[in-house]
Design a protein around this ligand. Sequence first.
Ligand code: NI
Length: 390
Amino acid sequence: MPIHNRIADFHDDMTAWRRDLHEHPELGFQEVRTSARVAELLRSFGVDEVVTGLAKTGVVGVIHGKHASGRAIGMRADMDALPILEATGLPYASKTPGVMHACGHDGHTTMLLGAARYLAETRNFSGKVYVIFQPAEEGLAGGKVMVDEGMFDRFPMDMVFGMHNWPQIPEGQFAWRHGPVMAACSNIEITITGRGAHAAMPHNGIDPIVVASHIVTALQSVVARNIEPVESGVITIGHISAGDTYNVIPQTARMLGTARWFSPKVGDQLEDGVRRIATGIAASFGATAEVDYRRTYIATVNDPEATDLAADAARAVQGEARVIPMSKPTMGGEDFSFMLAAKQGSYIMLGGGRGPDDAQVHHPKYDFNDNILPVGASYWASLAERLLAV
Ligand code: NI
């Protein structure tokens, strides 16, 4: 059974929903139009219950199978966009300058909507399916807010599943992995305070730009020299700002960055290393460094049993050859991690079939591949019909 025929029938509808969402992207916890659109569509499909206002803008739809049972599963999509100025030039490009669906969450939302439509029409399962549309995946932990608000108590389910499109994987191919699949993350902000001076009289000041430069260089040694080589860790400084002009040594410099890891030990080593190097180097120059180190997302860890069920559901749609194990996890972050920490489940990747030279996720020219909409929706339908078989 490849793509569900009924789902293929409304591929055009799904493409239209996806492009409408793409034209109207909204940032985390501001998905007002998006969640209203999701709720409206769910109601139009005859979904039994549509609960809105979860974690501000989240929506959960409840679909009852043909037969009642105590069993239930959750299927989750994220709805938020990124603060990126779109540069695709597509006819359905973002109408909100500086906000863009550059991670394909418009596609995720659409694939789950497609599944909801099919499942509400056919109801060929027993128990309940919860379709979870969460806000604020991009850095604001909307998934964690939903868990903290008691989503799993309010909607009791046996397992929960997530899916992300992945442009580099061949079109329509699924990739699964037991155990860690996405990394834990932190946001790092370092403020260096030196002493401002005339650029021609550096001996009167303490140059925070020179201090920042040494810190950036020395931070590379944490991964290279403190972390055990077979472990994984990343520290990236993504922003430095200081000063305004040619001939002034500024008073302060500011650096923003992130660290990524899997093992708790490495997480502690990265934080210790950033704090030690920033404060130590600043002190050695007579400056001070204030380090604001915030751990944001925990690692996304797939339950092996749930992952095998997810992979089986994917094979039922795309066949053995197009469902492959991921050889390694990615260092990206994902707040579905908090749902997986609270509930047995799995997070799977769906290939978008873009080449290495095409724009990838979080790029201003990223373009979600609408060909995979019925594939993703069929996967969700397959998962529900198999796990909650009548
Ligand atoms: Ni994403």
